[in-house]
Design a protein around this ligand. Sequence first.
Ligand SMILES: [Zn+2]
Length: 297
Amino acid sequence: MNRKEPKGDYIVRATAYRGAVRAFACRTTALCREAVRLHQLSPVSAAALGRLMSGALMLAHDLKESHQSITAIVRGDGPMQGMTVVAQGDATVRGLVIQPVVETRYARPGKLDVGSAVGRGTLTIIRDLGLKEPYTGTVQLVSGEIAEDLTYYLATSEQTPSAVSLGVRMGPEGISQAGGLIVQLMPAAGESVAERLEQRVVGFPDVSSLMDEGFDPHQLLDLLLGDPEIQYLSTTPCSYACPCSTDRMRQNLTALGRAELTGLASDPDGIELQCHFCGQSYHFNQDQVQDLLDQAT
Ligand SMILES: [Zn+2]
């Protein structure tokens, strides 16, 4: 086979079984490392956020426009408390964890216990296509392990039977591999394809251990689907990126409203804002805050 795969992070999209199945797979190792660097995440938080970022990136991969986005919000009663991820149609993602540092616990040897760090709670997916109202769906968490929760969301909220597998593997020096795959049955899929796929999904190894063995996203789909006529539709590099800017921060300030701005404008030092997704700082001096107040309605 003659394929040109990027060396770094990328998402691949494919169809198989004559269009009855669509599939996505991604490698997100570098962008997960970037999230760890930005947010100083402990291993369990890194695994949780990495899984959610990988899942959201794949969900966002069928958006038509680069500014369209999928926001995934997990709220739980575990020590991590929750996280928010935004993936855009241009294959960029950003995310944050409410409590970036939590105790490292293992569900079994070598397997970080993400579920208990997340706890019981909800998963909300906001699909923003740039229309007036974004589409929002919320489900209860199944296990807090993220892949199962996304699978349940897709089945109940979007009526799409899916298999989701997400993995973030830790090595001695942080994340060694991260990625995932999503396989979905299209409405036209017959019973036989559904059964065949189910058999292949059951017992499929952990994606991050396969990646550790050298499997790339294409090979993950080859192995899982086992369809020699699989068609790869696109291969897209993905990365951690934040679109924050002085303009956006100004809009956020204006959105606070007159009462809040009046209070802020009284500070002779002005105000310092920090983006929660990338850590970038923005300073507005007192005159600038006063200008915003003057323009506010
Ligand atoms: Zn930012």
